[in-house]
Design a protein around this ligand. Structure first.
Ligand code: NDP
Length: 401
């Protein structure tokens, strides 16, 4: 039985602790640490009520490597699960290196002063992790995460060659608020306001939200989706090159209300990530905006509708053209009943637990820094069905031009 140290007591952290606690044969001991200790205690109490498990808690500033090292030395975990923010990825990876402990996260590193989503900062640790004999698993959420595993599973079982991949992400739910984001507002807004980018033999950039298509999402219906850059594109371009990949894109749906609010906030400068002087104090507008918006962890109650996320993959098998759609549908109200969280936190937190289980049970093993599609997808796919995110694979009759 293993011991895990989970960093980050937000919407996703809550789900990860619940799902790990439900599996005592793998997760023997669980410690939850975050910047605000009271949030850890709140989650620990909820998990104790639901599962009877005791969760230890601690306070830590994960930006501070010596603090993280001291915490890891005190806790002595087998694995550190990072569900804080992308800014903390490198300090936590450094602390894991110094203490010789495995590492897992759900989002790639971004520097706080530049909205730049690239793996090169974390891939730069490959050699050092290999030499230290420890493993880092990057992006074990839904997208990135499950979407990478869907692609690896399709490549293994359904395709000899892959021409195109379109990752399609729809939140068809309604939280009843005029404007709120489903995960950390700062990270979410930085992601959707950057220029769009996709790969077609080379990286091609587009203006934000300038390309859109309608798509009929199972469980939700037809929604307008917009082409965005998303981090799993970077690793999949590398790791599926051997299948002859010609194009890969990422699409996400947004409602009219969301887009209108975002446009206004952008136009008035509220999404800026650089500091501005206000009455003798320096403030970063997007961080101030985060303080005003609803906490994503609080959106669960009364949230109705479903998420529907998957991969449309086209290529060939035995010389014949094939197009498959592999997807999951998740219901906000059901996840709220199970773990007190909306489906976006749930669809992220369940794969985090499964990724951790893969490492702890040595289903996925080997020293170095890895993306999800580099390991055997089969045991992960089985666990998705077992632990709350059942998937479906269908022949797809909706080409996306
Ligand atoms: P939240 O903002 O709800 O939670 C983040 C938590 O991290 C908070 O509890 C916060 O503490 C804590 N934290 C922030 N800075 C520090 C620090 N320096 N030291 C210690 N703790 C810190 O975010 P979410 O739960 O919505 O998202 C968590 C992560 O999951 C993000 O990285 C996000 O990008 C990722 N994600 C990945 C997805 C995927 O599919 N791959 C989808 C959705 C999210 P405090 O509250 O005290 O400030």
């Amino acid at each position: 039985m293993a011991k895990v140290l989970i960093i980050g007591a937000g919407g996703v952290g809550n789900v990860v602790v619940h799902k790990c606690a439900a599996l005592p044969e793998v997760f023997g001991e669980i410690v939850l640490a975050s910047r605000t200790h009271a949030k850890c205690q709140e989650i620990a109490a909820a998990v104790e009520r639901r599962t009877g498990r005791t969760i230890e808690t601690a306070q830590v500033d994960a930006d501070d490597v010596p603090q993280m090292v001291a915490l890891i030395r005190a806790v002595q975990p087998d694995l550190v699960i990072n569900v804080a923010l992308p800014y903390q990825d490198l300090p936590i990876m450094d602390a894991c290196l110094e203490t010789g402990v495995d590492y897992l996260d759900t989002a790639n590193y971004e520097p706080i002063d530049e909205a730049k989503f690239e793996y090169h900062w974390q891939w730069a640790y490959r050699e050092r992790y290999r030499e230290a004999g420890i493993t880092a698993l990057l992006g074990s959420g839904f997208d990135p995460g499950v979407t990478n595993v869907f692609c690896a599973w399709a490549a293994k079982h359904h395709f000899d060659t892959i021409d195109t991949i379109d990752i399609v992400d729809c939140n068809g739910g309604d939280h009843g608020k005029a404007f709120a984001t489903n995960f950390n507002p700062e990270i979410n807004i930085r992601e959707v306001t950057q220029r769009g980018k996709y790969w077609e033999g080379e990286w091609r950039e587009i203006d934000p939200m300038s390309v859109s298509r309608d798509f009929d999402f199972p469980g939700v219906g037809t929604r307008r989706m917009y082409l965005l850059y998303h981090e799993e594109l970077e690793s999949l371009v590398e790791n599926l090159a051997h299948k002859g990949l010609k194009r890969i894109r990422f699409w996400m749906t947004f409602g009219e209300e969301y887009i209108t609010h975002l446009r206004v906030l952008q136009n008035v400068g509220m999404t800026r990530i650089d500091p501005v002087e206000f009455e003798g104090t320096s403030i970063v507008p997007i961080q101030f905006l985060k303080a005003l918006l609803p906490d994503p962890g609080s959106l669960g109650e009364g949230y109705e509708g479903k998420t529907s996320i998957g991969c449309v993959i086209a290529g060939t098998k035995d010389g014949q053209p094939v197009r498959k759609f592999i997807h999951n549908i998740c219901d906000h109200a059901e996840t709220f009943r199970e773990v007190g969280a909306q489906a976006v936190s749930y669809t992220t937190g369940v794969p985090t637990m499964i990724g951790a289980k893969m490492l702890l049970t040595k289903e996925w093993t080997g020293p170095g820094v890895f993306n999800m599609e580099e390991f055997d997808p089969d045991p992960f796919m089985e666990d998705l069905n077992r632990y709350g995110l059942p998937w479906h694979v269908v022949d797809c009759d909706q080409p996306i031009d």
